[in-house]
Design a protein around this ligand. Structure first.
Ligand code: ATP
Ligand code: MG
Length: 180
C-alpha cells in the first residue's frame, strides 16, 4: 500500500500548509538539524492514531500544535491528512484512495475523519489493524526503537509478531467482548 500524499497544517513546525507527494520507491527527506524532518514522521505517526506523547516527542497533546515563532502567532489547531493508494483494496473500503485525517484543537478536542467523514479513533484503528499500519506496527520506526526491540522481553517482542501475522484485530475484539 502506497502513501501517496501527506498534507499538514499547524502541525509542530509547519505553520503553513504543507503538501508532500510520495512517488513509487523510496523517498528520503533531507535537511539541516531542526528543519522538521522528524516532524514529518511524527505527523504520519500521529495521523495513524498514535496516542503516546513520548512517541510524539511531546509532554502534552497540545505540543503537536504550532506554538508560534518570533514572526508568527501560535495556531489553535493542527491537522494532518494521509492519502493512501487503495487500488489493491488492502483497506476494507471501496475507494481507490483513502484519506485519514486527524485534527486537534488547543482545547484538547480531537476529530478524526476517513474520506472526509467524521469517525472515531476506534474506526481508524479498526481499519488499519492488520494492514501493517496499526498502532503497534513497524510503520514508523523511531531512532531508539531498534535498540528497544533488541532489548525487549519475549512477551513484548511477541506483540510485534502478532501484528505482523494479522491477529491483533482478533485479540482486541476478544478483549472487548470479555469486558462487556
Ligand atoms: P534533526 O536533524 O536534528 O533530527 P529534524 O529535521 O528532525 O532535526 P525536527 O525534530 O523535525 O528536526 O524539528 C524540530 C523543530 O521543530 C524545532 O525547531 C522545534 O522548535 C520545532 N517544533 C516542534 N514542535 C513545535 C511546535 N509545536 N511549534 C513550533 N515549532 C515546533
Ligand atoms: Mg530528526
Amino acid at each position: 500500500m502506497l502513501l501517496r500524499r501527506l498534507e499538514a497544517y499547524g502541525f509542530k513546525s509547519f505553520a503553513e500548509k504543507i503538501e508532500l507527494e510520495f512517488g513509487q520507491g523510496v523517498t528520503a527527506i533531507v535537511g539541516p538539524n531542526g528543519s522538521g524532518k522528524s516532524n514529518i514522521s511524527d505527523a504520519i505517526r500521529w495521523a495513524l492514531g498514535e496516542q503516546s506523547l513520548r512517541n510524539l516527542r511531546g509532554t502534552k497533546m497540545e505540543d503537536v500544535i504550532f506554538a508560534g515563532s518570533t514572526k508568527r502567532r501560535p495556531l489553535g489547531v493542527a491537522e494532518v491528512s494521509l492519502v493512501f493508494d487503495n487500488s489493491d483494496g488492502k483497506l476494507p473500503l471501496d475507494f481507490n484512495e483513502v484519506t485519514i485525517t486527524r485534527r486537534v484543537f488547543r482545547s484538547g478536542d480531537s476529530e478524526y475523519y476517513i474520506n472526509k467523514t467524521a469517525c472515531r479513533l476506534r474506526d481508524i484503528h479498526d481499519m488499519l489493524a492488520d494492514t501493517g499500519l496499526g498502532r503497534e506496527s513497524m510503520t514508523v520506526i523511531g531512532q531508539n526503537k531498534v535498540d528497544e526491540i533488541l532489548s525487549s522481553k519475549p512477551e513484548e517482542r511477541r506483540l510485534l509478531f502478532e501484528e505482523a501475522a494479522g491477529i491483533t484485530k482478533y485479540k482486541h475484539r476478544k478483549r472487548d467482548a470479555l469486558r462487556k
